[in-house]
Design a protein around this ligand. Sequence first.
Ligand SMILES: [Zn+2]
Length: 367
Amino acid sequence: MSYSNYFPNSYLEARHNFMACCSEGATFIESWQHPLRGIVGEKLYVDLACFGDITADKVLVLLSGTHGIEGLCGSAIQVGSIKTGWHRQADGDLAILMIHGLNPWGMSHFRRVNEDGVDLNRNFLDFQQALPINSLYDQLADVIVPQQWTTKTQVKTFNQIVEYLFNSESQIEDLARGQYQYWYAPFYGGEVPTWSNRVFDKIANKYFLDKQVVGLLDYHTGLGQYSTGQLMTIANHTVTQQNLASAIWGDKLVMTGSENSVAAYQPQGTLITTLQNKLTTSICIAAAYEFGTIPQTEVFNALRADHWLHAYGDLNSEQASEIKQNMLNAFYGDRSDWQESIFNLALSAQEELYTGLKSGVASFCTE
Ligand SMILES: [Zn+2]
């Protein structure tokens, strides 16, 4: 089997693949058009495909593109799941929903953030409340994203970041947990719920609220060892949900911020936390699946460069092409060994979730 057929080179190709294979087999497809256009002028959408009966008591959700560019991998997993017939397990008891390209603008423009520079997975906060403070960015935002991006400034600013972390109260975790002040810097959570956040809220209101059980896998890339995966959950599950999630995935599942986690931080404003808080009458078992690419310092450098490019650089330059290629290296993989490994890891986790929702959770619910 050639896995490379599932893995797209662009948002346009990803959406084409997804819509083509959903046109046969999906009970229905619903799309929300984004107000902006993509990198080659294409229309952008969040697409939702339902397999099985949407009125089923249980729903298993596969989500791609929360972090834009990472959606190229997530899309491949969704497309491959359909092409291999995995989705045919959906029935009147359990519906499978695939949400494709939640941050389609970032996916098209090869960015992790959205059209507002917002990290969608830090944007799910109650903006009526005081926003979290991240003092590291007060000191370092303009060092992380300097006004000039040359070999010299990269080395100089990287050393400044290391030196600051060594000499201050801040921890390396503060780099990625989220910040709400500096729109041009990475991990910016925004000031209001963004377009993609609002679309996800509509989907949750329409399709998840009345469910007995919701299982969700949110696909991500860029953390961890090359071609390995880590299933992560957030310390927001109730004890019951946590026990069920552990029963389903066993030792594969780790808590973000724990010693074993590839995400050493507790991210703020995540989609999963908000979903769990929203679904007060359902059992919600949700995890992010992170797939590793290149070493962390290179991923961070690719991100810094991309933020520099969109704040100060020329998007039509040769340097821009290099920066975008580095983003693809950091958040995607074009090697067949990587693609095969990631696809198989994802399918196993989906299958375990499916089995858990069908059997384990069902018996729990009737106890
Ligand atoms: Zn991500």
